[in-house]
Structures are given as structure tokens and as C-alpha cells.
Design a protein around this ligand. Structure first.
Ligand code: BLG
Length: 487
């Protein structure tokens, strides 16, 4: 039998030991969110399937949010697993489920309601909510003009919240929230007159403006807002801190700016007027030549949409044009090039496209084997425009500067020098308007991106699989995997 006094110290020791063990156990058993993600080797991210966030293009998965979050996963040394939500409410629901994705990267805005439910990261993109209307209708210029209009916005969006707040002051405002559409659908509905107005963020409008020739911005509703990532409720701050460090880092080292230029810089390339014009030409001019592009592309083993993009840059898809330097036709062939490619009539669209395709394929073929895709395509385009001799001069210059002559990003820095005497006098082929191929390639890349988006099979299933043009929409009922042709 144990005496009372003998029991107490031993019991105390046992309790302390057990307590320590449990505390230790707690530390070992419950890693923080960041540790858990690293242990699992997977970062589960939820997003929306839209051109501004995540979609499939000719090279596979892409989108501003996707690219940014992919870099974050790489930094963590883990694989990225993307999941898509049907709509914004669904996205937040998924985040609340235990065992759901830990992070949402979907162009989200920290509204008052959402801030009470989840934690937001530092901002990475400034956007402005814009009221969009149809050209020809009276232009809305203030909140009062929303009264009596048929308005639709995304369900659960920051825009729906803005309208709800506005309706308290202006009860005459009526609007519908839909969870069956994406931003592109809302813009198309305005473009086609099915609704009067919608509210979208400036970045989404910038991406889509080019597809809808009738949409216009009425006014900015409120001040700019910031897009942020969201960490699932119930998670500790370890992942959020890591995200914030990452976002600060990419802001400082220029990666973020590079992505913004890549995804949203095209409005600068095209300009708003250029965007409407392109949308119109897409419908009115391209159909006349699409078959020729497709046949020649097959022949030369290149993507027809790239050839079409060259054609647009050269002539805005017009067969009868002549430049002030005497270069002619839809693909703007010089007399020499036309002769070398067997083109007898440069103003004949079919011949011009065949000759241009052949010349482009030839330019690509004769590049150094060390030049890999996609740089090979961009350098071949530059050669198409400025000639392969001048391109070689710029590549040599890049090498002399310690840059990589096989990378377009480096060569394009050198090309404008070909117009400056202090540089071109030391080159083999001398003076060239080296700025021209830089713009040429930037524009073609943009047109190519647009054409890829409007012809992707995922948009409308089999009808588009044969390469017909469609104004974009997002079909959420279809899988997005594996549907894209590669470059
Ligand atoms: C290109 C030729 C190249 C030629 C370069 O000029 O034309 N490409 C084609 O004909 C497809 O072959 O290279 S070279 O043979 O090695 O000399 C340089 O002469 C055409 C360019 C010229 C440009 N567009 C295709 O991109 C053009 O028309 N520039 C004039 C613009 S403007 O009217 O003065 O504004």
C-alpha cells in the first residue's frame, strides 16, 4: 500500500512527464500550414476558369493567377494542384470545407463581408471596377444612371456587394446576380444587347475588350481596389506570411511587372480603338482568308493562327495594299522575297499567304539549332521583318554584351541599336530600322494570343475544334484539360 506522502511526488513527476510528452506530441503531430504543405509536397489552389485567372492556351495551362501561383509553388519546392470553382460563392464554400484547398488565387477583392470570414494577402494588382455599356446607348456617367437599367453581375462578387451597398442609397437600382456566367459572358451579353450594363474589373475588361466591338466603359464605380490571395479559414498564419514575403519579393525583382505586361499590357499595344477594330476585322475580314492560312500552315507545319497574326500585322488582312517602301500584299512580301518563294502576283491573297508561310518557315529553319521554342518563333518573325542578316548582327551584339543571342528577350534589346550609327557602323550588314521588328513581334504575339483564345476547342466544343472563330465564353460544363493544340 502506498503512503499518501510517497504517492504525491511520484504522481507529480508522472504528470509533468505526461504533460511534456503531450506538449511534445502536440508539436510533432501538428505541423503548421506551411510545414504541412511542404510535407505533402503539394500546394492546393482554387481559382476561376477565366482569361484573367486560369485557362488553357496553345501551350497548356496559363493565366495571370496561374503563372503567379505557379512561381510561388516553385519557391516552396512543391507541386501545384489547381482546382476550379463554378463561381465565387462556390470558391469561398470550398475554402471553408475542412481538407479543401489552402489558397485561393482568383482575382479576389477584400470586401467587408469577406474580410470577416477569411484572411487576405498583400495586394498584387490594382484594378478599378468599371460600368460597361453598349455603344449606341446613352452613356452612363454616374450611379444615378444605373436606375431603370437591366444589370447583371457575377454572384458573390465584390461588384454584387458594391451594388447592394449602392441600392441602399438608391433603391431604384435593380440588378441580377448570376452564378451561371463568367466575365466574358457578361461582356458578350452587353455586346449583344441582352443586358444593358455590367460591372467588371478594369483588368478583365482590358483582356476582353478586343473580342467585343460594341462594349464601352461608362464610368469607374468607386476607387480602385486591390486583388489579393486568400488563405483558407482555420489555417494559421505561416502560409500567409510566406505568401506575403513572396509577393513582396516578386514586386521588387520585377517578376510581377513582367506578368502584368504579359497579360494586361496588350491594351497598350492595341489601344482601345485598335481593340474594337481588331474585333471587327476578326468577324469581317479573317473568314475570307482563314482557309488559305490553314492550308499553308499545314503545308509548312506551323500554327495557322500565327500565320493569320502575321497577316494582320502586315496588312490588317487586306490583299491589295502596298507600303510606302513598295512591299505588297496581304503578307507584305518584297519583290525579292516574292520571286524567291515563287509568287508571281503579290496581290493575290492565296499566293501571298503561301509565299509568306514558306518564307517564315524558311526563316525558322535556317536559325541556329541552339535556339529553342518559343524564342525560335519570335526570332524567325524578326528575321521575316528585318531580314536574317540584320538579325544576325543583333545576335552578335547580344553576345558581345554578355547577353544570350538565343533568347528573344535579349536580342530585342539589341535590335533598336541597328538604327544608331555608333552601333551599326561596327556590324556586318549595317543600318536597319531595328525598332520595327521589335514592335512587329510584340503585335504578332498579341494577335496570336487573341486568335488562340477565340479558336480554342474548349470554348464551344466540337463546333470550334475544326478551327472556326467564336467570340469567347467559358463553358464550365466541359473539362479544360488536354484540348489545346501546341505550338
Ligand atoms: C522584309 C522582307 C525580308 C527582307 C527585309 O524586309 O520585308 N520580308 C518579306 O518580304 C516577307 O525578306 O530581308 S532581306 O531580304 O534580308 O533584306 C529587309 O529588307 C515586310 C518587310 C518590310 C516590312 N514588311 C515584311 O515584314 C515593311 O513593309 N516595312 C515598311 C513599312 S512602311 O510602309 O515604311 O511603314
Amino acid at each position: 500500500m502506498f503512503s499518501h506522502s510517497a504517492f504525491r511526488p511520484r504522481c507529480a513527476k508522472w504528470l509533468i512527464a505526461t504533460g511534456l510528452f503531450l506538449m511534445l506530441g502536440a508539436c510533432v503531430d501538428k505541423p503548421n500550414t506551411l510545414e504541412r504543405v511542404k510535407e505533402d509536397g503539394v500546394l492546393r489552389v482554387i481559382t476561376r476558369n477565366s482569361p484573367a485567372t486560369y485557362f488553357q492556351d496553345r501551350n497548356g495551362e496559363t493565366g495571370f493567377e496561374y503563372e503567379l501561383v505557379k512561381r510561388f509553388a516553385e519557391d516552396l519546392g512543391v507541386k501545384l494542384q489547381i482546382e476550379t470553382a463554378d463561381n465565387i460563392d462556390d470558391l469561398y464554400d470550398q475554402m471553408h470545407k475542412p481538407g479543401g484547398p489552402v489558397l485561393a488565387a482568383a482575382g479576389l477583392i477584400a470586401t467587408d463581408t469577406r474580410k470577416q470570414q477569411v484572411r487576405f494577402s498583400h495586394p498584387y494588382l490594382q484594378v478599378t471596377p468599371q460600368v460597361v455599356y453598349r455603344n449606341g446607348q446613352s452613356r452612363p456617367s454616374s450611379a444615378n444612371d444605373l436606375i431603370g437599367k437591366k444589370i447583371m453581375v457575377l454572384k458573390g462578387s465584390s461588384h454584387a456587394e458594391m451594388l447592394a451597398a449602392l441600392k441602399k442609397k438608391l433603391p431604384g437600382i435593380e440588378y441580377e446576380e448570376s452564378d451561371a456566367v463568367e466575365v466574358v459572358d457578361l461582356l458578350r451579353m452587353v455586346d449583344e444587347g441582352q443586358i444593358d450594363l455590367t460591372l467588371v474589373d478594369s483588368n478583365e475588361l482590358a483582356m476582353n475588350q478586343v473580342y467585343f466591338s460594341n462594349i464601352r466603359v461608362g464610368f469607374d464605380l468607386g476607387d480602385g481596389s486591390d486583388q489579393r490571395w486568400v488563405v483558407a479559414p482555420g489555417e494559421d498564419n505561416s502560409l500567409l506570411n510566406e505568401i506575403n514575403n513572396f509577393l513582396d519579393k516578386v514586386e521588387k525583382n520585377g517578376t510581377l511587372q513582367h506578368l502584368k505586361d504579359r497579360y494586361y499590357g496588350h491594351v497598350d499595344v492595341l489601344g482601345y480603338v485598335g481593340a474594337y477594330t481588331f474585333a471587327q476585322h476578326l468577324q469581317e475580314r479573317l473568314p475570307k482568308y482563314q482557309k488559305h492560312f490553314q492550308v499553308s500552315a499545314k503545308e509548312e507545319k506551323v500554327d495557322w493562327r500565327l500565320l493569320a497574326a502575321i497577316g494582320y500585322q502586315e496588312s490588317l488582312w487586306q490583299a491589295g495594299v502596298t507600303s510606302k517602301t513598295g512591299v505588297r500584299g496581304l503578307m507584305m512580301l518584297t519583290q525579292n522575297t516574292a520571286q524567291a518563294m515563287g509568287v508571281s502576283n503579290r496581290l493575290d491573297a492565296k499566293q501571298s499567304i503561301e509565299g509568306g508561310a514558306k518564307y517564315f518557315a524558311y526563316m525558322k529553319d535556317q536559325l541556329d539549332d541552339k535556339i529553342l521554342e518559343p524564342d525560335r518563333t519570335w526570332l524567325a518573325l524578326a528575321a521575316y521583318n528585318v531580314g536574317s542578316g540584320h538579325l544576325d548582327d543583333a545576335r552578335k551584339m547580344a553576345e558581345n554584351e554578355g547577353l544570350n543571342p538565343n533568347k528573344w528577350l535579349d536580342v530585342k534589346k539589341m535590335l533598336p541599336r541597328l538604327a544608331e550609327k555608333k552601333w551599326y557602323r561596327k556590324t556586318r550588314y549595317g543600318y536597319a530600322r531595328g525598332g520595327e521588328p521589335v514592335n512587329f513581334v510584340a503585335n504578332i504575339r498579341r494577335y496570336y494570343d487573341i486568335l488562340t483564345w477565340v479558336t480554342q476547342p474548349q470554348l464551344e466544343g466540337s463546333q470550334v475544334a475544326d478551327g472556326n472563330l467564336h467570340v469567347p465564353g467559358v463553358d464550365k460544363t466541359k473539362p479544360t484539360e488536354g484540348t489545346n493544340p501546341t505550338l
